[in-house]
Write a new protein. Structure first.
Ligand SMILES: [Zn+2]
Length: 204
């Protein structure tokens, strides 16, 4: 695989003031300052669906903006007090929602470690794919994920194609997302990059 540098990445989306131009912005209070704004060096892929295994509703927006009603679903009783967020959500139809500007620290990874470095929220960008561990993601989602990652690589040269991973890899035993149906090989092909082996080990 040829070595590529970020400056040759073709960006199709712009990022201004930490916001992706195609995103619908829905600000989450669940963020704070990064310890070092110049160290944005990891992309973490997740999956989420709320209620679990249901798509298209307002649950994720509500969770990330602390407006989840615990009476709406039995599972919400467990999670409505969580204070979490991610930078981006890519919905099943490819819509992108941004909750936290990239320069700020979103609260997506929790206890985590990447190549020996802990507290991955400090230096990572979290991207949620609307989905589950039990079924494939959509082509629209992969397409938007690819163009979004290219835009991020272009805007933040401290990111690299080699430092993209899944939540399950940085919080093993505690997290299982994005799960076995996330096609790392598809992403590798789209980005024309060899992703780290550990990212791909769960591929189905
Ligand atoms: Zn996750």
């Amino acid at each position: 695989m040829p070595k590529t540098t970020n400056k040759h990445v073709k960006a199709t989306h712009a990022i201004n003031k930490g916001i992706l131009d195609i995103a619908r912005v829905n600000p989450s209070p669940n963020h704070d300052e990064r310890p070092n704004q110049d160290d944005i060096s990891l992309i973490v892929i997740h999956n989420i669906s709320l209620p679990p295994n249901e798509f298209g509703g307002d649950g994720i927006d509500q969770l990330f903006t602390n407006t989840l009603d615990k009476n709406d679903h039995p599972f919400y009783e467990e999670i409505h007090e969580l204070r979490v967020s991610s930078h981006l959500l890519i919905r099943r139809d490819g819509e992108v929602i941004q909750y936290v500007p990239f320069e700020k620290r979103a609260w997506h990874a929790g206890e985590s470690s990447y190549l020996g470095r802990t507290v991955c929220n400090d230096f990572s960008i979290g991207i949620e794919m609307e989905g589950t561990d039990f079924e494939p993601f959509t082509d629209a989602q992969y397409q938007v994920l690819e163009t979004t990652i290219n835009a991020l690589l272009k805007r933040y040269p401290t990111l690299s194609k080699q430092n993209i991973t899944g939540h399950e890899n940085i919080s093993p035993g505690r997290k299982t997302d994005p799960g076995p149906y996330f096609k790392w090989q598809k992403l590798e092909k789209a980005l024309d990059a060899a992703l780290p082996a550990e990212a791909c080990k769960g591929d189905k």
